[in-house]
Design a protein around this ligand. Structure first.
Ligand SMILES: Nc1ncnc2c1ncn2[C@@H]1O[C@H](COP(=O)(O)OS(=O)(=O)O)[C@@H](OP(=O)(O)O)[C@H]1O
Ligand SMILES: Nc1ncnc2c1ncn2[C@@H]1O[C@H](COP(=O)(O)OP(=O)(O)O)[C@@H](O)[C@H]1O
Length: 386
């Protein structure tokens, strides 16, 4: 029997790594597509099979709909069904590069009598927390896949004159806050010390942002996106990059058409680049139609690994877009000359999870940019207070 194979996220890989090192009795629960089979090969993002999962149980996970209504004909792709699969893991090959392998407890195990796990920022040397910390406790910092943040944390521990070890951060996805803290404590006790104290410190959020302007052709996405980029360059210290639908299709997505698969690939590429921009602390403004909820969900998931995601629905009604018909494409679509045209012969799924909805038939471009900048400011304030 041939094994099934899935590519797991970096976050899931950290859970696998913890289990392989001996946490949770060597078992993990992963949310995976329902592929079946008793043994599932787990591949990293580069396609290397790093572990196999010996399935013990599997049950479907309900998915929420992010669609309010559908404009236009045709069927959009349904979200991929997901199963929570639990089983034991076996190593197949060493994991790829890991930061500070010498300090990583899953690679270079070291047991101490006591450990202090710091979940967020490492407190400054003069913080009261350090005064009461047992002198022999080893300090555990979490690796969330951000090399800079890890280097900063290790530097801060060294500045206090303490020994540090690195524990992969358990996955957040699929766990609430209490479950996540439990997972952190469990992993530290299994892999570092039987006495593990957890310091729940606030975490300086990544400043990166991905802003997706989604809406019908002619709704005003490009006009608003260009103005937004100009405005942000004036008022925001972060770098701003524009990934506009038309321009992207000329280069990044050249050769792709407008079938479901091609649109999904187009928006996937945009989301990938945007997440990279956000990972390095910048703002990415994206303006594709992005008509299906599944592609927006995927972009959100990628963006939120790197920073925050802002979904702006430019909700200009179809009648207005069609009246504008800047490129004459609506007329051609009505005449059947352009197949699968969004809003006419291909669906636009109206988002139910937008942070902001702007009808550009009643709000002028400057007013739209005012609203987006305002909401972005609120997001930044909320993130700073976390
Ligand atoms: N069949 C069909 N459906 C929709 N749009 C079409 C189609 N064929 C060509 N065009 C032109 O391509 C632009 C949309 O490309 P996007 O990359 O934004 O679309 S998608 O997100 O991949 O669905 C869109 O440009 P905008 O008007 O800037 O949105 C259209 O002018
Ligand atoms: N309030 C508005 N916001 C954005 N565009 C507007 C607005 N009012 C009129 N327009 C016009 O509508 C058209 C929108 O085109 P565009 O920005 O290319 O949309 P999209 O990128 O969504 O296809 C432009 O010709 C623009 O000048």
């Amino acid at each position: 029997m041939s094994n099934s194979r899935v590519t797991v996220t970096n976050e899931q890989l950290r859970d696998v790594e913890l289990a392989l090192a001996g946490a949770w009795g060597g078992a993990v629960t992963l949310q995976l597509p329902p592929i079946g089979g008793e043994v599932i090969e787990l591949a990293d993002g580069e396609g290397t099979v790093v572990a196999s999962l010996h399935v013990g149980s599997s049950s479907p996970v309900p998915t929420a709909s992010a669609v309010r209504e559908v404009v236009g004909e045709g069927e959009a792709p349904a979200p991929a069904p997901v199963h929570a699969v639990t089983g034991t893991v076996r190593p197949e090959r060493p994991f790829g590069h890991r930061d500070r392998v010498d300090l990583r407890v899953t690679v270079a195990p070291r047991r101490a009598d006591a450990a202090i796990v710091i979940t967020g920022d490492v407190p400054a040397a003069d913080d009261d927390l350090w005064r009461d910390a047992p002198a022999d406790a080893v300090i555990v910092v979490l690796d969330r896949g951000d090399s800079h943040a890890l280097a900063d944390a290790l530097g801060a521990v060294a500045a206090v004159g303490r020994d540090a070890v690195v524990l992969p951060a358990p996955a957040r996805h699929g766990r609430d806050e209490a479950q996540w803290i439990d997972a952190v404590r469990h992993a530290a006790r299994a892999l570092v010390a039987s006495e593990a104290t957890v310091w729940e410190t606030p975490l300086t959020p990544s400043p990166g942002r991905v802003i997706l302007l989604t809406g019908l052709s002619g709704s005003g996405k490009s006009t608003i996106a260009k103005l937004l980029v100009e405005r942000l360059a004036d008022v925001d210290p972060r770098t701003v990059s524009l990934l506009d639908g038309d321009e992207v299709r000329l280069i990044l997505s050249s050769g792709l058409g407008f079938s479901r698969e091609d649109r999904i690939m187009n928006v996937r590429r945009i989301g990938w680049v945007a997440a990279l921009v956000a990972k390095h602390g910048g703002i990415a403004v994206c303006a594709p139609i992005a008509p299906y909820a599944v592609m927006r969900d995927e972009m959100r998931a990628r963006a939120e690994e790197a920073g925050r995601f802002l979904l702006v629905h430019i909700s200009t009604p179809l009648e207005v877009c069609e009246q504008r018909d800047r490129k004459g494409l609506y007329a051609k679509a009505r005449a059947g000359e352009v197949p699968q045209f969004t809003g006419i012969s291909d669906p636009y799924e109206v988002p139910s999870d937008a942070d902001l909805v702007i009808d550009a038939s009643v709000v002028d471009p400057e007013g739209a940019v005012d609203r987006i900048v305002e909401v972005l400011g609120q997001v930044d304030v909320r993130a700073d207070q976390r």
